[in-house]
Design a protein around this ligand. Structure first.
Ligand code: ADP
Length: 297
């Protein structure tokens, strides 16, 4: 048997990124019999490409994959595929700087809300295996963060923008409750002095030009604004349908602590601790994994 045999691949072609998942029996290939069935051991491999560079992706597939194997036909979408129930240690919560893996009881998985943060954001209510409905979304998503970020900070890439945001302080530009009420909480309506009253609001009256702000502070405010907004809309939709569990996926998250923390705090704050934000290890590959697993149905 060819040690680099690849039997399946699936593609998810998005507005910003193409996600590729393929199964490779490379290296530790072996076959064993389980319940009378032959089981091929191997690894799932993941790759991503910028959609505008689709030729690089096709080249990769041609040379690294098709070259070696008898691949079955590539597939398209598949967000509804609930691979979270089959992959161990996939879902986790992120609160107070702590990542906590969640064991999901497969009999108690549905219903839930899946919030996919890609270029734009889709919110999908999932009621069962293959039973789902897109209930909401917002155009203020990862594409907005990257697009506005590039314009405002002159960054060239997502990674550069993220790196910048690590070093920034959003309070330089965001108008906080304390900025309005003289440093005190607005306790009458339950807002702490550090809550953001208006994203980018300080820029109204600072008398500064864009160049007067540090790009890292701009990046930080932008990341905070987008993440907060998504967390809030997600919670409102969860509330609308009585859903307690919200899974967040999409390449925007990228396992970034600040993003996950902002989303978790937004969900926690708005739901008064009732709803839980959960994240996924393979967050960016949900569509491709869904398409991949649909081979086996
Ligand atoms: P889509 O399917 O719409 O392309 P994705 O789930 O792939 O959506 O997420 C795309 C978003 O992920 C981008 O808008 C950007 O915010 C973020 N992102 C993360 N990593 C990258 C990267 N390396 N290049 C471009 N965008 C990235």
């Amino acid at each position: 048997m060819d040690p680099t045999q690849i039997s399946h691949l699936a593609l998810d072609i998005g507005g910003t990124l193409i996600k590729l998942v393929y199964f490779s029996a490379n290296g530790d290939y072996s076959e064993e019999s389980r319940n009378g069935c032959s089981v091929v051991k191997g690894r799932l491999c993941f790759a991503k490409f910028e959609t505008r560079k689709i030729d690089d992706c096709l080249e990769f597939i041609r040379f690294n994959i098709l070259h070696h194997s008898g691949v079955q036909q590539p597939n398209g979408e598949g967000h509804d595929k609930l691979y979270v129930k089959t992959v161990p240690r996939e879902a986790f919560t992120y609160l107070d700087g702590q990542k906590k893996f969640v064991e999901i009881d497969h009999n108690d998985l549905y219903p839930y809300l899946l919030v996919n943060i890609g270029s734009g954001v889709s919110m999908i209510k999932v009621d069962g295996d293959g039973k789902y409905e897109r209930i909401s979304g917002t155009s203020l998503g990862g594409g907005t963060f990257l697009g506005l970020g590039k314009l405002l900070t002159k960054c060239k890439s997502f990674d550069e923008l993220l790196e910048l945001s690590h070093h920034g302080n959003n309070r330089v530009i965001d108008m906080l409750v304390g900025d309005i009420y003289g440093g005190t909480d607005y306790s009458k309506i339950g807002l702490s002095s550090t809550a953001i009253a208006s994203s980018f609001g300080k820029a109204i009256s600072d008398g500064k030009e864009l160049e007067d702000y540090q790009p890292e502070d701009v990046a930080r405010s932008l990341l905070r604004m987008i993440s907060n907004n998504i967390g809030q809309i997600a919670y409102l939709n969860a509330l609308r349908f009585g859903l307690k569990r919200i899974f967040f996926g999409g390449f925007f998250i990228r396992g970034l602590e600040y993003t996950m923390d902002t989303i978790s705090v937004a969900v926690h704050f708005w739901s008064r601790g009732e709803a839980k934000a959960m994240f996924l290890r393979h967050e960016g590959f949900l569509g491709a994994l869904g398409a991949f697993t649909s081979y086996n149905d």
